[in-house]
Ligand binder design. Structure first.
Ligand SMILES: Cc1cc2nc3c(=O)[nH]c(=O)nc-3n(C[C@H](O)[C@H](O)[C@H](O)COP(=O)(O)O)c2cc1C
Length: 260
């Protein structure tokens, strides 16, 4: 896997990991992850924190067998009552997920499979902030086998591990003619977004391309509300941006992407 070091490589192999080995995250990796969090917290106005070795946060999920050996998490903390901050949390939290993926770690966004109150005890949360979500992080089960698995095989696992909406569903607001006329970077962006995690795999984000001004737009599909639409919007926008190669988003439902 060593030669695959780009964020697009991480997108191509990432899947949610629900079973972990007991081995702790080593100090060097923890420092690297914390540095990533410091940087994206600054960019996103967030307060994400790496919380190590707190298995009590996952007692129920580990006991039921839904998770195995979950013990570490990124606590996704940000400003209260601010939908745009939740979108930024999705965007920058997923950025940390992709960094962790490139270091051979497994991750899982959690809205339900954790004890939020227990997690909050181990976080620094000011009065104007709240704990939005968690991201479980750790060595995937049998990680020595996992890290020696070829990139091609991991790509194949990612491609086949779950159902996905089709490209046409992801671009539901477009006609066939508009799809054909859209540039390659748009298609590559949508295909990267199709590989993104989303709450309950609802994949609630769609994209459109506007020929007149050469922009893309991202939309929350009101028909597939899963409780975390703004977080999913941010995650999908990050994947799209990496897939498209270069460019920037405006925040918000309906926000525009300008390709560079
Ligand atoms: C915001 C968010 C919350 C999630 N919460 C949970 C959860 O509580 N429990 C769980 O098992 N998976 C959870 N997931 C993981 C999704 O089920 C998973 O991303 C989706 O099924 C797609 O699979 P993939 O990530 O392997 O591509 C969550 C994902 C997101 C983005």
């Amino acid at each position: 896997m060593a030669e695959h070091t780009q964020l697009i490589d991480a997108i191509n192999i990432r899947t949610s990991v629900r079973a972990y080995d007991k081995d702790p995250i080593d100090e060097d990796t923890a420092r690297q992850l914390s540095m990533t969090l410091d940087a994206v917290n600054m960019l996103g106005g967030l307060n994400m924190q790496l919380i190590l070795n707190q298995p009590a946060v996952f007692t129920a999920a580990n006991e039921s067998g839904h998770l195995t050996n979950a013990a570490n998490l990124i606590a996704v903390v940000g400003p209260k009552d601010d939908p745009e901050a939740r979108e930024r949390a999705g965007f920058y939290g997923e950025r940390a997920v992709l960094t962790a993926t490139l270091r051979g770690l497994g991750t899982l966004w959690v809205g339900g499979s954790w004890d939020r109150a227990e997690a909050a005890k181990h976080c620094r949360i000011t009065k104007s902030e709240e704990l939005y979500l968690g991201i479980v992080i750790g060595h995937p089960e049998h990680h020595l086998t996992y890290t020696s698995t070829s990139y091609a095989e991991l790509v194949e696992r990612q491609r086949t591990h779950r159902p996905t909406k089709s490209y046409e569903q992801f671009t539901a607001g477009m006609t066939d003619e508009e799809r054909t006329a859209a540039p390659d970077w748009f298609r590559a962006g949508v295909e990267a977004a199709m590989k993104a995690p989303s709450g309950m795999n609802r994949q609630p984000i769609t994209f459109t391309y506007n020929t007149a001004d050469d922009t893309a737009a991202a939309h929350i599909d009101p028909a597939s509300d899963n409780g975390v639409p703004f977080n999913d919007l941010g995650i999908a926008k990050l994947h799209f941006q990496i897939g498209a190669g270069a460019g920037d988003w405006a925040w918000g439902d309906g926000g525009l992407f300008l390709h560079k």
